[in-house]
Design a protein around this ligand. Structure first.
Ligand code: NDP
Length: 467
């Protein structure tokens, strides 16, 4: 593997701090890379601040063209980027390939969105315009579950809007982000893009720094609160994409054989390490047995292994801490329900088999907390009102779904779910052109779509008197 560098002020630089990146499939060090020190972070922020005015004044169309070049560079280096994603994150190669394709697609989509100046009023006495102006230096802080696409869907709108952008990947998955920075060194002007990996100490520095105008953060709700607290002193703009505990409500008119594979895939996507995976499965009494049996069968048949093996459907958990958290939940599971599939772990590698727990209710961490791994409870309900009320009891509100043969009824029930995205007969249906964000404690603001781009701007009114 080639050596890795930070990208600061258009230069590829090393650091006195060295991070040892672990392959979660083997628990072996897969690569070493530099970790940003506070001095390096401060110099990146200073460079970003210096670069901002010229980038802000670069024509919009030229900035869009840079993003199209970024997309091309990602495509041209897709093989290497996907390999790095699997090596650091653990997901199967096909999933890593998809993540890379999505990263390029997000850039192309963002490049196509316009933010024209709007004429709000134009009469005999006044002409009132609204411009969408960039904020300044934006920092993107991301989690480890989708290390490349998550970085790109923050970077692309930040840059198109005219901000300079500093990316801080998670300490356990820095490689694809660092390589992206290296590939873009001569594509994006010096200082306009910086990439700094770290050992866990740079996040608070960024969220407190007075020269950073906005934080776009993806991670846990607990950390999101800390980001918000730190950002308060300088009133930074915030986009927070936080945890979720999405409910799927399965009505008794469904064809179980046809929906079970979809429910299963959407609950265990990325080995359950997906903010918008189905995390609580509510099933109406008449089909409860059938759904439990079908999901347990799929879980028992699932192939868990090293992401490099083409047969693998589910890779390991991404890091030791997450593996230990999920292992503790597995120990608790028999106390609160009946484990009908999985429940086992394997080392070396942070492997957990897809686990289904039935005959379980609320009041325990397997249901009430966000389980960020491959363990899913199936809860029985009688009436739709009861299911909606129980689904809405969560403090989270990222996504939710209703599964039924009657899509009109499904849409009505979905509209009663307290979440940012409510789906019918699908889940996690996200796309670059559709806004995506959380209600309640799942976050603040949206990503994707024109709405997501606007979050990287301030509204500026120009009001011209004609007399
Ligand atoms: P964390 O919240 O622990 O970390 C996320 C990022 O924040 C990392 O880059 C981390 O790096 C950084 N960070 C940690 N503490 C601070 C701090 N005080 N100030 C600033 N930055 C900080 O989450 P995980 O990485 O463990 O990811 C798992 C969680 O993220 C799950 O709960 C999941 O639901 C949520 N998530 C939400 C998504 C969404 O879109 N809603 C998507 C993906 C994950 P460092 O440790 O170096 O500081």
């Amino acid at each position: 593997m080639n050596p890795f560098h930070l990208l600061i002020d258009g230069q590829l630089v090393g650091s006195t701090q060295v991070l040892h990146v672990i392959d979660p499939a083997t628990e072996q060090v897969v690569a070493e890379c530099p970790g940003g020190t506070p001095e390096l972070a401060n110099s990146a922020i200073a460079a970003a601040k210096r670069a901002f005015p010229a980038w802000r004044d670069t024509p919009y169309a030229a900035r869009a063209e840079v993003l199209r070049t970024v997309a091309r560079v990602i495509d041209e280096n897709a093989e290497e980027l996907s390999r790095l994603i699997t090596a650091e994150q653990g997901k199967p190669r096909a999933a890593a390939d998809f993540e890379t394709v999505m990263a390029a697609a997000v850039c192309r989509y963002v490049a196509s969105v316009t933010l024209d100046t709007e004429v709000l009023e134009d009469d005999a006495s006044h002409r009132v315009l609204r411009r969408h102006v960039p904020l300044g230096v934006v920092a993107g802080i991301v989690a480890w579950n989708f290390p490349l696409v998550m970085a790109v869907y923050k970077m692309a709108p930040a840059l198109l809007a005219g901000n300079s952008f500093l990316l801080k990947p998670s300490p356990t998955t820095p490689l694809s982000a660092l390589r992206l920075g290296e590939l873009l060194k001569d594509v994006v002007p010096p200082g306009v893009l910086s990439v700094i990996s770290d050992g866990g100490d740079i996040g608070p520095l960024l969220t407190r720094h007075p020269d950073i105008a906005k934080i776009s953060f993806t991670g846990s709700t607990v950390t999101g609160r800390s980001v918000m607290r730190n950002a308060a002193d300088s009133l930074k703009r915030l986009t927070l994409e936080l945890g979720g505990n999405d409910a799927a409500i399965v009505l008794d008119d469904v064809d179980v054989a046809s929906i079970a594979p979809k429910l299963f895939a959407l609950a265990f996507l990325n080995s359950g390490q997906t903010c918008m995976a189905i995390k609580r499965i509510f099933v109406q009494a008449a089909v409860y047995e059938e759904v439990c049996t079908a999901l347990a069968k799929l879980a028992n048949e699932a192939i868990v292994g090293n992401g490099l093996d083409p047969k693998t459907q589910f890779g390991p958990l991404q890091n030791r801490k997450q593996f230990e958290t999920i292992s503790r939940l597995l120990d608790l599971a028999p106390r609160y329900g009946k484990v009908i599939a999985g429940g086992t772990v394997e080392r070396p590698g942070f492997y957990v088999r897809p686990t289904i727990v039935r005959d379980i209710e609320e009041g325990n961490p397997l249901v009430d907390e966000e389980v960020f791994g491959p363990v899913r409870p199936i809860l029985k309900f009688t009436t739709v009102n009861e299911a909606v009320e129980r689904a809405n009891q969560s403090p989270y509100g990222l996504g939710g779904s209703v599964w039924t043969a009657d899509s009109v009824k499904g849409a009505e029930i979905a509209s009663r779910l307290e979440c940012g995205s409510a789906w019918v007969n699908q889940h996690f249906a996200v796309a670059p052109q559709i806004p995506f964000g959380g209600a309640k404690q799942s976050g603040l603001g949206v990503e994707f779509s024109r709405d997501g781009l606007l979050e990287y701007t301030n509204s500026q009114v120009i009001n011209i008197a004609k007399t």
